[in-house]
Design a protein around this ligand. Structure first.
Ligand code: IFM
Length: 460
């Protein structure tokens, strides 16, 4: 039961991810990742874009820390590129990769900003994909080695860690729908990848002693479009939400999920002890929220990019209502409020909104300003939803805007812009211009009414 209590302080921050901003993909010994391979294949990414240069944050880290400091935020969520640190995925350590993240962490701390590190935001070393990627149990084992190497270098300064970002995307967009790297369209393989991602998360926790270890999920409220869609909606909920929460909270995959995904009953995949290891392995839960999901009972042949990402759910079509952002996602802050209250009730864990933001067809820079009022409206509406959820008793500790910079938006390339800061891709200097939303968010951070967290994201 959710009972109204005095909310804990809310840390405010911004989030980014390595492949989307760093560039420098062949520098300082970095090995190739699955996204380097995927983006090189014709037709995979809009405009044939890739992350080879991205925002060149690898070389401009001081400039980007200055932008973060300028926002006055409590925390910055970033991810580390596994192939920068273990170019072959395991074994040999590339210390120049670790040096880069150490510079970032030290710069943040000097700026009074808490570093919140994500270990895996989709840039799997290609060498591991060549051995089966997340379809192989050995990838989860390699992930533990990577976590230990990173923690050894940064664990004295970083206390808030997330293992995976949106493992649903890594598993189901990557191995079932094939619209993300590694681009495999193998239906039920998505479930296999999901189990190995969960195992990697749970095992890696042991390699992060003394840390607050969470996992970041893109959970979503699932609202059937009609009463007839209730059953397909339950299937979507199973694959989008319960495949993670069931093992993490109850140590089990539920009956409906096992019916859709019989591979999750295969003792060769789910071995004795696996579910016990996963149960209770998250100290906190990150939630990335953008939009609700509205399943309809249809032909199962719709055009939605996530159409193939719910293997085993027959006759599913995904409906998107208006209003929508520039990436075609419905704007519905009520979904965030419901998700927070419901996830708090379901898990009892401290929650952090690790991503929320909008892709907008921004106006260009005019006299040094970008007037992205639609992004401000989106963020204002969602922050109000967070306040309502907290008042209703949801234990929400942080809210991170996605994202600091206009960046490489995966299969959408550079066409879709989520940044608080405009990046001029036509200039060799990739000039950064804070948008109106950057200044607006800085004002929210400074507002005394926010109850900002002084002691740290997960320290009450
Ligand atoms: O850009 C992504 C991010 O990498 C993961 N969450 C959703 C964002 C917007 O698509």
């Amino acid at each position: 039961m959710t009972t109204p209590t005095t909310p804990s302080p809310l840390s405010l921050g911004v989030a980014t991810a390595s492949y989307q901003i760093e560039g420098a993909v062949v520098e300082d010994g970095r090995g190739p990742s699955i996204w380097d391979t995927f983006t090189a294949e014709p037709g995979r990414v809009v405009g044939g874009d890739d992350g080879a240069e991205a925002c060149d944050s690898y070389h401009r880290v001081e400039d980007d820390i200055a932008l973060i400091r300028g926002l006055g935020v409590d925390a910055y969520r970033f991810s580390l590129a596994w192939p920068r640190i273990l170019p072959e995925g395991r074994g040999r350590v590339e210390t120049r990769g670790l040096d880069y993240y150490e510079r970032l962490v030290d710069g943040l701390l000097e700026a009074g900003v808490e570093p919140v590190a994500t270990l895996y935001h989709w840039d799997l070393p290609q060498a591991l994909e060549d051995e089966g990627g997340w379809l192989a149990r050995s990838t989860a084992e390699a992930f533990v080695e990577y976590a230990g190497v990173v923690h050894q270098r940064l664990g004295d300064r970083v206390t808030s860690w997330a293992t995976h970002n949106e493992p649903w995307c890594a598993a189901y967009l990557g191995y079932a729908a094939g619209v993300h790297a590694p681009g495999r369209r193998e239906g039920a393989a998505g479930h296999r990848a999901a189990h190995h991602l969960l195992l990697g998360h749970a095992w890696a926790r042991e390699a992060l002693p003394g840390a607050h270890v969470g996992i970041v999920l893109n959970l979503a409220p699932v609202w059937p479009e009609t009463p007839e869609a209730a059953d397909v909606a339950d299937g979507v909920d199973a694959i989008r939400n319960r495949v993670w929460l069931g093992p993490l909270v109850d140590g089990a995959y539920d009956e409906r999920l096992l019916a859709i995904a019989p591979v999750l009953s295969d003792p060769e995949l789910v071995r004795p002890g696996d579910l016990d290891a996963i149960k209770g392995s998250a100290d906190w839960l990150g939630i990335n929220y953008y939009t609700p999901i509205r399943p309809a009972l249809g032909t199962g042949e719709g055009e939605h990019p996530e159409q193939g990402a719910y293997p085993g759910v027959e006759r599913l079509d995904l409906v998107v209502r208006e209003p929508r952002t520039d990436i075609g996602w419905e704007v519905e802050p009520r979904g965030l409020e419901e998700l927070l209250v419901e996830t708090h009730r379901r898990t009892g864990l401290p929650l952090v909104i690790t991503e929320n933001g909008a892709a907008c067809a921004d106006a260009e820079v005019v006299d040094g300003r970008v007037e992205d009022t639609d992004r401000i409206d989106y963020l204002r509406g969602h922050l109000a939803a967070v306040d309502r959820a907290r008042e209703a008793g949801a234990d929400v500790r942080g809210y991170f805007v996605w994202t600091l910079l206009d960046n490489f938006e995966w299969a959408e390339g550079y066409a879709k812009k989520f940044g608080l800061v405009h990046v001029d891709r036509s200039s060799p200097s990739l000039t950064r211009t804070p948008k109106a939303s950057y200044h607006w968010f800085a004002e929210q951070v400074a507002a005394p009414a926010q109850g900002r967290g002084a002691a740290g994201l997960l320290t009450p």
